[in-house]
Ligand binder design. Structure first.
Ligand code: SF4
Length: 247
């Protein structure tokens, strides 16, 4: 990264963090807080990923491709609660089609718990939200899902088949996703809310089966603390967030 790119990324992070701060200041304790935070995160991601990827080849990803939907997905609390709400709202429609999403989720969580990225990939355990080859929660999918963009479908298929292949991924999408997620986490942390990222299926299984989970999170309880992914990374992130806050 050049010096200009680094200061551009930092300015983007700070502006985003301030926007999340404003949402949190206005809506702390409001049940619509999750909607406001995720709407801002997703909108910022989509807009800036498009700008940053100008001139790149077209992504090979399209709705209906599930090749990478067996990878570990990392998510923050607002993303998890948004998906849980979506699943509660859509449960009757899925049930009418003979799909019990809550059970599918629990089964997938139990099957993938403790597995590394490589183990998940090689065991080909698809995300439980793949139905008929498409993501059933596409409109509320996580930043991690949005930020995983490949330029070569054949390479994705080869990697998924266990061949020694590596799909060329969009660095622009990955960088924007990381900045948006980090800014959201920095803001949540300063607001005294549980901010660590956890594995999506594990967090969602908990949020879906504990109706008070979101309300407790809004009160500042560390509802996902035992699911947080990596203490060392979280410590480094916290130090970086503090350094940037003192600028
Ligand atoms: S949530 Fe959707 S996009 Fe993300 S891994 Fe699952 S099926 Fe794929």
């Amino acid at each position: 990264m050049t010096g200009d790119e680094e200061s551009g990324a930092q300015a983007f992070f700070l502006a985003l963090r301030d926007s999340f701060d404003r949402i949190l200041a206005a809506g702390r304790g409001d049940p619509r807080l999750v909607d406001a935070l995720t709407a801002q995160a997703f909108e910022c991601f989509e807009r800036n990923a498009e700008i940053q990827s100008e001139g790149q080849p077209d992504p090979a990803c399209s709705r209906g491709c599930d090749t990478c939907c067996c990878l570990h997905v990392s998510a923050t609390a607002p993303e998890i609660f948004l998906a849980a709400r979506f699943l509660r709202l859509t449960a009757p429609a899925f049930t009418r089609h003979g799909v019990d999403m809550a059970s599918k989720l629990t089964g997938a969580h139990e099957a993938t718990a403790g597995k590394s990225q490589q183990e998940r990939f090689s065991s080909c355990l698809l995300c439980p939200f793949i139905i008929g080859g498409a993501c059933a929660i596409y409109s509320v999918r996580t930043l991690a899902c949005r930020g995983h963009v490949s330029f070569d479908k054949e390479a994705c298929l080869a990697a998924a088949a266990g061949e020694d292949a590596e799909a060329p991924l969009s660095a622009a999408h990955r960088a924007v996703r990381s900045l948006v997620q980090s800014a959201l986490q920095a803001s949540l942390r300063d607001a005294g809310l549980d901010w660590g990222a956890c594995e999506f299926l594990a967090g969602l299984d908990r949020a879906l089966h504990d109706e008070n989970c979101e309300a407790r999170w809004l009160r500042g309880e560390p509802v996902f603390a035992d699911l947080h992914e990596d203490d060392a990374t979280a410590r480094d992130m916290a130090q970086t967030f503090d350094a940037l806050r003192s600028h």
